[in-house]
Design a protein around this ligand. Structure first.
Ligand code: BTN
Length: 252
């Protein structure tokens, strides 16, 4: 494996609280399982390959060894904050880093996908564990087209399939942790309202005809509580969880 995410390559690049401690494994079942709730907030687990990577709604998350950023961060949201909003907070942080690296706009597909040109580059998984939240990020970096899952609901992409560049993942991970820490601190202080304009600007569903379970309508944005707002034939409805179906997504 060429350039790993071993501590000696990543820890010197870290600038904030996130990443202390920094746990790295060559292989693990899922980074979501490496963080014991007794660890301090900001503890990060990273591995090169997951044997049982988890996606939302019981799905799997796969990536060849050494090709993606697979990490989990332990968070303890302040009282009054809704942990479910962390998918959007994480998505925004990843979108900012991807945008900077690719020089192309990155969108958010509610509630947890980061898209470039209508293809999914990253997914976020927020899981509550013993009063803490483990926030998992899977970011496709160096996969070739044939390495991406053929059966994904949203067509997948990697940073390399977007611009043809193979990247060192270490500076990308450091940037991601710094971006996440900034977004998380803003959210802790101001709630989702502090990030809402940036989230709304990247909302790829706005104005599109979508379906969430039994409910069909036109997506009318993401509200201040992080719910997806739908204009349906029976009026405006706020959806707090579920899987969005949409015919096709234009750029970004
Ligand atoms: C999704 O889009 O369904 C969420 C995917 C989250 C994947 C990441 S990879 C690192 C962390 N460990 C896991 O098992 N899942 C998350």
């Amino acid at each position: 494996m060429a350039r790993t995410l071993a501590p000696d390559r990543v820890v010197p690049l870290l600038t904030g609280r996130f990443g202390s401690p920094y746990l790295h494994r060559l292989a693990c079942t899922s980074t979501q399982r490496l963080l014991q709730p007794g660890l301090p907030e900001g503890a990060v687990a990273v591995c090169e390959e997951q044997t049982a990577g988890r996606g939302r709604l019981g799905r799997t998350w796969t990536a060849p060894a050494g090709a993606a950023v697979l990490c989990s961060i332990l968070l303890r949201p302040p009282p009054g904050r809704q942990a479910a909003e962390l998918s959007l907070v994480g998505g925004l942080a990843v979108a900012e880093v991807v945008e900077e690296a690719l020089g192309a706009p990155a969108g958010l597909k509610w509630p947890n996908d980061v898209l470039v040109s209508g293809r999914k580059l990253a997914g976020i998984l927020a899981e509550s564990v013993s009063g803490a939240v483990v926030l998992g990020v899977g970011l496709n970096v160096n996969q070739a087209e044939g390495d991406l899952p053929p059966d994904a609901r949203t067509p997948p992409a990697s940073m390399r399939t977007v611009d043809g560049v193979a990247r060192d993942r270490a500076p990308l991970l450091a940037a991601l942790l710094a971006s996440l820490e900034r977004a998380y601190d803003t959210w802790g202080e101001l709630g989702l309202a502090g990030l809402h304009a940036e989230i709304a600007r990247r909302d790829v569903l706005a104005g599109r005809r979508v379906r969430v379970g039994e409910l069909a309508g036109i997506a009318a944005g993401i509200d201040a509580a992080g719910a997806l707002v739908l204009d349906t034939p029976s009026g405006r409805r706020a959806v707090i969880s579920g899987e969005v179906s949409v015919s096709a997504l234009d750029a970004p």
